[in-house]
Design a protein. Structure first.
Length: 170
C-alpha cells in the first residue's frame, strides 16, 4: 500500500503539475488574445480620438468661418447704412436744388412778365405818341397849307394894291 500511496501521491503531483501547465498554457494563449483585444480597443480608441479631434478642428474652423461671415455681414450692413445715408443726403440736396431752381424760375418768369408788361405799355405809349405825331403832322400840314394860302392871298392883295391889278397866283 505504500507503493499505491506513493503512486497516488505521484499521480496527484503530476495532475497538479498538469493543471498548472494547462493554466499557464491557457494564460499564455489568453494573453495574446487579450493583447489583441486590447490592441483592437486601443486602435478603436485612437480612431475615435482622431475622429473627435477632426470634428473639433472642423467645428473650430466652422465657428471661425461663421464669425468671419458675421463680421463681413456687419461690415456690409454698415456700408449699406452709410450708402443709404449718402443717398438720402444727396436726395435732400437735389430736392433743395430743385426747389431753388423752381424759385429762381418763378422769379425770372415774374421779372419777364413785368418787363413784358412794361414793354407792352411802352409800345402802346409809343403807338399813341406816333398816332399823336401823325395827327399833329397832319394838323401842322393843314395849318402850313392854310398859312401858305393866307400868305399867297396877302401877297396877291399886296400886289393888287401896288399894281392896281390882280396878279395871277404863282
Amino acid at each position: 500500500m505504500d507503493e499505491i500511496d506513493r503512486k497516488e501521491a505521484e499521480l496527484i503531483a503530476r495532475e497538479a503539475e498538469l493543471h498548472r501547465q494547462e493554466a499557464a498554457l491557457r494564460r499564455a494563449s489568453d494573453a495574446p488574445a487579450t493583447a489583441a483585444v486590447d490592441e483592437l480597443a486601443d486602435r478603436r480608441l485612437k480612431a475615435r480620438e482622431e475622429e473627435l479631434a477632426a470634428r473639433e478642428a472642423k467645428l473650430k474652423k466652422d465657428e471661425s468661418l461663421a464669425a468671419s461671415a458675421a463680421t463681413r455681414q456687419e461690415a456690409l450692413l454698415q456700408k449699406l447704412a452709410q450708402r443709404e445715408t449718402t443717398i438720402e443726403d444727396r436726395l435732400k440736396e437735389l430736392e433743395d436744388r430743385d426747389q431753388a431752381l423752381r424759385l429762381k424760375e418763378a422769379q425770372l418768369e415774374a421779372e419777364f412778365e413785368v418787363r413784358e408788361q412794361r414793354l407792352e405799355a411802352r409800345e402802346k405809349e409809343g403807338a399813341e405818341l406816333a398816332e399823336q405825331l401823325k395827327s399833329r403832322e397832319g394838323a401842322l400840314g393843314l395849318y402850313v397849307a392854310q398859312l401858305q394860302d393866307e400868305f399867297d392871298r396877302r401877297e396877291s392883295d399886296w400886289w393888287e394894291k401896288q399894281l392896281g391889278t390882280k396878279q395871277p397866283a404863282a
